[in-house]
Design a protein around this ligand. Sequence first.
Ligand SMILES: [Zn+2]
Length: 238
Amino acid sequence: MSRKANAEQVWKQFEDHLAPRLHLCTIDRVVYSHLVRHSRLEGKLRLEFPLSWLARGTNLSKISVREAVRRLIGHRVLRLVQRSKAGHVVEVRIPNEVRAGRPSRMARRAGSRTRALDLDNLDFLKSPGLRLAIHARERRRCFYCLSRVTPATRCLDHVVPLAKFGDNSWRNLVSCCQECNSRKNAFRAADYLRRLHRERRLTDAELAARFRALDAVAAGKLRPRLSPELLRRHGGGV
Ligand SMILES: [Zn+2]
């Protein structure tokens, strides 16, 4: 990602639409501005940072910035890609990429995007139909070890655990076997895949393909298919 966002447009949309609609408090505004300045205004979508860096840069406490990051993830203006000892990796969304950040007239006109946006807001653990859609996406194979799974042996795993700010969206849930679900536990998904590779349960090529699949899930490229009826039932537009 090398295109720099238009700073003037970002600032105006942030002030005029995003911040008021999301009722962002002062701390959230400061933290968001700092993150946008060091990512999108530099032409980078993703930003990796330790909380200490964010606290220093905003002159706030680590506790305050941690809470702000959590709230901004909840508002979907940040998307957590990964969290490790080294810090967070997030994708920073600029206002026109967030529904609340666009002028309402434009949002209404963007009807064709309704389905995608509603899908983003769905809790995929909420109903059997939605859970099934994730299982169907993985085509009866464990996302991690590629072993065959059946309705009796499969489960859903949070790629980024809830305890580490993961959510129940389709970008953070995968279908896997029970063994992987319990063994992965606190591992980062990438580390768990490397472990499977070390144990010779994944070949080199399979490991590489799993990493690509992991990136694709996080980047929103592995969209589960929902029937129009299912979308309607969960309040999505069709
Ligand atoms: Zn498995």
